[in-house]
Write a protein that binds this ligand. Structure first.
Ligand code: EZ4
Ligand code: CO
Length: 403
């Protein structure tokens, strides 16, 4: 029996912060798991170091399900982003180890490939609708089959999803939270115009997506979904805050625009009502924040019964370790929808050498045993942690709002 012999948490900041768990077995096999929770990184690092790792040493590294149950049930205090991200890191590292022991890429252990490759969507954004459409044309030329469009809103100094850099979007931008200003009225006017212009320029043979980022009330979301129906979106994401899943009943009564939600979900219980009442079309839970491969498979199986497909979160705060894990999952899961892909910087990619690749709008996890990704510990040590917060949002009159 290969025992878990050593485990350590590495915090590194190659341009942005990442928390990585490394597990080593008595047979000398090494596995990696992502434990990054954007803006709250050190809470997960402490949870792992202080409360999880002492329980892991000496356990059979092959017993992934049992260890998952031990950490979930055994905490007594279930769920929550910190706990579930810590469990995800352990779970991912153990799947990596199992793949290496079997000398198979992880997707083979998950049942093998259900498709040739994984469709991903890129992020086109700009200060104006024209600029956003121009960038979307660039993505289409690069071979993307699906593109998310986010544009600046006239009268608002900054908007979610609009980056300073053409390709890299990094919202965790300051060592204390940046304060943004939001106006639903101004936003609601711009979005239909953006998609009208996009269909004119891009045509109909490309999927278009949009992320509201939790900012509308149910009735506003219903109206936006209605306004966007002529442009046939692939999905409208996080139209409202999902704390109250019943909100989606109201949206659903009014629009056929497909709905996606779940990037901040951490367990199947967050998604249960949305899925079983078929209030959404895509579930965006992903490996790192939703309890790892083991729990994400459970969510996807449940979703499959209700025609809900997967659309894993894949922003840059999800490390290349999560990207690799998500691609193995995506390649194998029957009810795959799409995978978000925001490329990492060269600095990040250098710290996390990986086997996955992009070609013609799709990705493949590669054929390396396990996840096919590692962390270069020496290089990681050269990039010490830097505190970084996500922004906060206020309405124009100063009222605190959702970011
Ligand atoms: O704001 O991952 O769809 N992608 C997103 C992301 C989230 C960040 C938060 O850490 O909504 O850009
Ligand atoms: Co989102």
């Amino acid at each position: 029996m290969a025992k878990i012999e050593r485990a350590r948490v590495l915090v590194t900041c190659p341009g942005r912060n990442f928390v990585t768990l490394v597990i080593e077995t008595s047979d000398g096999v090494r596995g990696v798991g992502d434990a990054t929770l954007n803006g709250r990184e050190l809470a997960v690092a402490a949870y792992l170091n202080d409360h999880v790792l002492p329980c892991l040493i000496g356990r059979d590294a092959q017993r992934i399900e049992d260890i998952w149950q031990f950490l979930y049930r055994g905490a007594y205090w279930r769920r929550g982003p910190v706990t579930m991200t810590a469990i995800a890191a352990v779970d991912t590292a153990l799947w990596d180890i199992k793949g290496k022991v079997a000398a198979l890429p992880l997707y083979q252990l998950l049942g093998g490939a259900s498709r040739e490759s994984v469709m991903v969507y890129g992020h086109a954004n700009g200060n104006s609708a024209e600029e956003t459409v121009e960038r979307a044309l660039d993505y289409k030329q690069q071979g993307y089959k699906a593109i998310r469009l986010q544009s600046g809103v006239p009268g608002l100094a900054s908007t979610y999803g609009v980056s300073k850099d053409r390709y890299f979007y990094e919202p965790a931008d300051a060592d204390l939270p940046t304060e943004n200003v939001w106006s639903t009225e101004k936003y609601m006017r711009v979005v239909p115009e953006l998609f009208a212009a996009a269909r004119d320029a891009l045509g109909w043979d490309v999927h278009l997506l949009h992320d509201v980022h939790h900012r509308l009330t149910p009735i506003e979301a219903a109206r936006l979904g209605n306004d966007l129906e002529p442009y046939r979106l692939f999905w409208l994401e996080d139209a409202v805050v999902a704390d109250n899943p019943e909100s989606f009943r109201l949206i659903r009564q009014h629009t056929t625009t497909p709905l996606a939600v779940g990037e901040i979900f951490n367990s199947i219980w967050d998604a249960k009502l949305l899925i079983q009442e078929q209030l959404i079309d895509y579930i965006r839970a992903t490996v790192v924040h939703a309890g790892g491969i083991t729990h994400l498979r459970r969510i996807a199986s449940f979703a499959d019964m209700f025609n809900v497909r997967t659309g894993c979160h894949g922003a840059t705060d999800l490390s290349p370790v999560t990207m690799a894990a998500a691609l193995h999952f995506d390649l194998s899961v029957p009810n795959f929808g799409v995978q978000e892909y925001m490329r990492h910087t060269e600095e990040t990619d250098a710290v996390f050498p990986h086997a996955y690749s992009f070609e013609n709008g799709a990705m493949h996890p590669g054929e390396a045993p396990g996840l096919g990704v590692d962390i270069d510990e020496k290089l990681a040590a050269k990039h010490p942690y830097r505190r970084a917060y996500l922004p906060v949002n206020r309405l124009e009159d100063g009222t605190m709002f959702n970011w």
